[in-house]
Write a protein that binds this ligand. Structure first.
Ligand code: PMP
Length: 354
């Protein structure tokens, strides 16, 4: 019999597009907010030796206990408040699977996966536009929350792609007025030094989402984690696949945490390079840079962002064109790279936008 895909496919999946990362030729990659420095070679050597002695024939620890204990120790919390994911993307999915019975609320512009995962999980979405300064329009937001009480609210802190942190007072207002869960996505918090973590024991609806993909330089190893109330973790554990964090990722995460100081070294360089990039870009009157607390910079150009993107790419430099017809008109996002990569970007952009 011929398979009738149209009949068996869920309605919400029909409308979805598969996530696909850019497959273009480039020499310098500044498009995905990764750490430009590879994981330190001396730690890679420790990992390789560790993995050699590790049995590959056995399933991973489904609780990921050792890495959980290290995370809990570093954050002064207990292991029952932590869940691990195959990247923080997976935790967004687990939270939506477990709790997305009503609507999920997030802001425009923000991380695209909040919407994609909600759609895949058949959770209704509500998107509220940020204001001109990319802060939360608190009146509209509170009005929606009080009337509809969304099951989940996702807040990037700092927000991607804008790079800013929202007013903490507004976020607290949202947490206190919500009967659903408020997920503070702190994927970039190591660059902002801001966190809602101290409030985790005060609010049982607060969830902090973190990742090893950015500051730790381990995007390829897919390790994300969340800190939340025990109740939330208990339900997330019901929907997560039993061995979602493979044993190699677990071992790598453990070694990264045991050598946290070494991993942190890159952050300083990234921050000083970010300020250098900002300073240089601000000298160009055709470019407007938005304030950032992350490892990337959102900027608007007075010429077409498409031209800027394509000309940079023809120079071998890949960044992200995030333009649209609304708040992000002619906006692009560049990730802070290594000093030589940033030099190349600055040289190229000063030739393109004069
Ligand atoms: N949250 C935000 C705000 C992000 O920008 C990203 C990655 N681009 C993620 C979560 C997902 O990170 P990962 O799945 O690699 O942990």
């Amino acid at each position: 019999m011929k398979t009738n895909f149209d009949l068996i496919l869920r309605e919400n999946i029909k409308k979805l597009k598969a996530y696909s990362a850019n497959k273009v030729d480039y020499k310098i990659k500044l498009d995905a907010n990764e750490n430009p420095f590879d994981f330190p070679a001396e730690l890679k050597e420790i990992i390789l030796k560790d993995l050699f002695d590790h049995p590959f024939n056995r399933y991973p620890d489904s609780d990921a206990s050792e890495i959980k204990e290290l995370i809990a120790g570093g954050m002064n919390t207990n292991v029952n408040k932590i869940a691990l994911g195959n990247g923080s993307d997976e935790l967004i999915q687990s939270l939506t699977l477990a709790f997305g019975s009503g609507s999920s609320l997030f802001f425009y512009p923000s991380f695209s996966m909040y919407g994609i995962i909600s759609a895949a999980c058949n959770t209704m979405t509500k998107v509220i536009s940020l204001d001109e300064k990319f802060d939360i329009d608190i009146d509209t937001t509170l009005r929606y929350i009080k009337k509809n009480q969304p099951s989940l609210i996702f807040i990037g802190h700092p927000n991607n792609p804008t790079g800013n942190c929202f007013s903490e007072e507004k976020i607290l207002n949202i947490i206190e007025n919500s009967s659903g869960l408020v997920v503070i996505d702190e994927a970039y918090s190591e660059f902002s030094n801001k966190s809602f973590l101290p409030l985790i024991s005060k609010y049982d609806n607060l969830i902090i989402l973190r990742t090893f993909s950015k500051a730790y330089g381990l995007a390829g190893c897919r390790i994300g984690y969340m800190i939340a109330s025990e109740k939330v973790v208990e339900h997330v554990n019901k929907v997560k696949l039993p061995f979602n964090l493979n044993s190699i990722s677990q071992r790598i995460g453990i070694i990264a945490l045991k050598h946290k100081k070494k991993c942190d070294e890159a952050i300083k360089t990234i921050l000083s390079e970010r300020d250098r990039l900002l300073g240089e870009m601000q000298k160009n009157s055709m470019i407007y840079t938005f304030p950032t607390e992350a490892n990337f910079i959102l900027f608007r150009t007075k010429i077409s962002s498409k031209t800027v993107f394509n000309t940079l790419l023809s120079n071998g430099i890949l960044i992200r064109d995030v333009t649209d017809s609304k708040l992000l008109k002619n906006c692009l996002r560049v990730t802070v790279g290594k000093p030589s990569e940033n030099d190349a970007f600055l040289r190229a952009i000063s030739q393109i936008i004069k």
